[in-house]
Ligand binder design. Sequence first.
Ligand SMILES: [Zn+2]
Length: 217
Amino acid sequence: MALSLFASWRVKSAYKKFSQVPASSGMTGAEIAHRILEISGISDVSVHSQPGTLIDHYDPSHRRLVLSEDNYHGTSVAALGVSAHECGHAIQHQQMYAPLQWRMAAVGITGIASQIVMWVPIVGGIFLGMRPGLMITIMAIGFGILMLFQLITLPVEFDATARAKRLIAQTGAVAPGAETDGMNKVLSAAAMTYVAAFISSLTYFLVYLLRMLEDRR
Ligand SMILES: [Zn+2]
């Protein structure tokens, strides 16, 4: 939990700092998104702005790229980096990048698993009188699924960031040197939150797995 909190604090502070640093190109997050989609030959993805902070995402089911208002209208190196990263996901989708396909296929079962690990300790133990051994087995399976989901999220996120860096360099929207360094700091800090989420789900999984194995003995 401390690791996750630290990672999310780092991305927020990097974002806060570099959303104050304007890119000399003067391009907005929305403009760079349209430019990247265009040079990637993608014409069926729409770009939207939405209120909120760091709510940026690519929605593959509706082929929508959603940027926070600040990133949509903003010209900072952070806004351009985040926007290019989300375009990276749209390109992965277009190219049927395998880890993204796996991740999309796993969304449903992961939603169920996260409900199970939340409710089994309360409902199973108190209301259904489940055996502790059974509860631990269910929790181990639930966290196992969550851990695998976080694991396949890692290549998806790292690849989107690598694509973002290449595309940004290609468009010249962020100047080499200090501007690019700042953008890279935001993107690296964001990637670290996914590493932290994986480590924490792995830890939960191992804790329940060990308890399960201990029970068997
Ligand atoms: Zn991403």
